[in-house]
Design a protein around this ligand. Structure first.
Ligand SMILES: O=c1ccn([C@H]2C[C@H](O)[C@@H](CO)O2)c(=O)[nH]1
Ligand SMILES: [Zn+2]
Length: 129
């Protein structure tokens, strides 16, 4: 299953629209045993670009899913750690011990972190009662 997550993250990355940064990113997550993926989509109005993780989450929600069980992110040769905004977006649907894996464009494992390690003391849905 990890292999499938990596495969889909790489495939999503190959479809990234990143003409401005030229930094292509793919993300794939598993929810209820199903894999959903996304890529970054930039815009001539730079701040409107969206991250790969956001695309994968949108695909999961569109499919009726609500829980991220595992997620893989691929950017360049260094670990592509999710940006701060994406950490919060992942928190919405991920448990504190969710594993976030980072791989390189060849699919080789680079780093794994728990969501808690990436976003300690996170604000989340529980805070709203
Ligand atoms: O985890 C990350 C980090 C960056 N990006 C995108 C945003 C932008 O399009 C490009 C450069 O920051 O990479 C992602 O999609 N996910
Ligand atoms: Zn992001």
């Amino acid at each position: 299953m990890m292999e499938e997550l990596i495969r889909q993250a790489l495939e999503a990355r190959s479809r990234a629209y990143a003409p401005y940064s030229r930094f292509q990113v793919g993300a794939a997550l598993r929810c209820d045993g199903v894999v959903h993926s996304g890529c970054n989509v930039e815009n001539a109005a730079y701040p409107l670009g969206t991250c790969a993780e956001a695309g994968a989450i949108a695909a999961m929600i569109r499919a009726g899913g609500r829980r991220i069980e595992e997620i893989v992110v691929v950017g360049g040769d260094e670990p592509c750690t999710p940006c701060g905004g994406c950490r919060q977006k992942i928190r919405e649907f991920g448990a504190p011990d969710l594993k976030v894996h980072m791989v390189d464009p060849q699919g080789r494992h680079l780093m794994t972190r728990t969501l808690t390690a990436l976003l300690p003391d996170a604000f989340g849905p529980d805070h709203l009662g």
